[in-house]
Design a protein around this ligand. Structure first.
Ligand code: KG4
Ligand code: ZN
Length: 339
């Protein structure tokens, strides 16, 4: 039985996340002892996107103070740890290396195992941190800055990809669309906030790839539709909000249609939404409502665990360590890595 706390470290992009979790199979959320996060959003804002070299350097600065903070909050010392989990990919290579090196070094010094975790598996399992977690089998919609995927989860570690994006990820589509209408980085949340002031029906964009069977996504055409609408408009503040609303509706509808299809294809009654775009209020509301009407149940992680965080990495790592998995001591990261 793997009963000692596991330290989880996330540094794949622009968020330094750390958490301590003791593996409790029946209720993983109860095993979460503490978590701490530092977001680099301000650091990258002037550049309109994440600057990889700046991200790596900032992870170096923030990681160990955050580990100390999480340990103090949990009332633990490093000697109490039973293992260290870190994001080994996919992500920015320099940023990943900061977390991987620190995790490997700490584990080696403490004489405990370390394990590299797939970032998307972390997102996928994040809903297990909540009360009343979903039991496999379930379908997961993974929608982040780098991914839009539908995954059938038959059990932990048993994943079947049902659909993927052919071009932009959902979060990327939000970010790029926001940028082309002049919204500040990071665009997704800014566009979603603006959409709340948009008037219904003022604009309408298509629901890409919903008119034919299949579970893949394509969002780059939607971005082009928005660009044309924006360039041909009066570019007034209200118009920007109206376009934001229509864009958000199009993307949310598209995701919802494919989620229903995936549930049918997998014969599942449980749907998990994870990844940064899972923080989107319209997506949450539309799917929760569809679930009530159509007899499936929707599970979301709390907002803080939708976007990148250390808790999901601690959880995915703790599960694998508890199952007796471990790896050799080399520091290896995988900037591109299939789930
Ligand atoms: O999972 P995440 O934190 O990082 C990645 O692994 O990519 O996801 C970040 C993405 C960004 O594209 C961001 O714009 C998007 O999630 N996002 C949102 C919202 N909050 C974050 N997109 C739409 N609505 C939101 N409320
Ligand atoms: Zn992520």
């Amino acid at each position: 039985q793997f009963s000692k706390p596991v330290l989880g470290i996330e540094t794949s992009c622009d968020e330094t996340g750390v958490a301590l979790l003791r593996w409790e199979p029946a209720a993983p959320g109860r095993g979460l002892l503490s978590h701490a996060l530092y977001s680099q959003i301000k650091l990258h804002a002037d550049y309109g996107g994440v600057v990889p070299e700046l991200a790596s350097r900032d992870h170096v600065r923030k990681l160990l103070p955050l580990v100390r903070e999480a340990l103090a909050e949990a009332g633990l010392t490093p000697a109490d740890l039973g293992g260290v989990a870190y994001t080994a990919g996919p992500g920015l290579v320099g940023a990943l290396l900061v977390g991987a090196s620190a995790a490997r070094a700490m584990a080696w010094a403490l004489g405990v195992p370390a394990i590299g975790v797939h970032h998307m598996e972390g997102h996928l399992l994040a809903p297990l941190l909540e009360e009343d977690p979903p039991e496999p089998p379930f379908v997961a919609l993974l929608v982040s800055g780098g991914h839009s995927m539908l995954v059938e989860v038959q059990g932990i570690g048993r994943y079947r990809i049902l659909g993927d994006t052919l071009d932009d990820a959902a979060g990327e589509a939000f970010d790029k669309t926001a940028k082309l209408m002049g919204l500040p980085y990071p665009g997704g949340p800014a566009l979603a906030a603006l959409a709340q002031q948009g008037r219904p029906g003022a604009f309408r964009f298509s629901r890409p790839m919903t008119d034919r069977p299949g579970l893949d996504f394509s969002f780059s055409g939607l971005k082009t539709q928005v660009l044309l609408a924006w360039q041909q408009s009066d570019q007034a503040e209200q118009t920007r909000a109206d376009i934001a609303r229509a864009f958000e509706e199009a993307i949310v509808d598209t995701l919802a249609i494919k989620c229903r299809r995936a549930l049918q294809a997998a014969g599942a009654k449980r749907l998990v939404i994870a990844g940064g775009v899972g923080a989107n209020k319209r997506l949450r509301a539309e799917l929760a409502e569809a679930g009530e009407k159509e007899g499936f149940r929707v599970y979301f992680p709390r907002l803080a665990f939708c976007t990148d965080n250390g808790a999901m990495i601690a959880l995915a790592g703790a599960i694998r360590l508890a199952a007796g998995q471990h790896q050799d001591e080399s520091v290896q990261v995988f900037p591109r890595w299939d789930l």
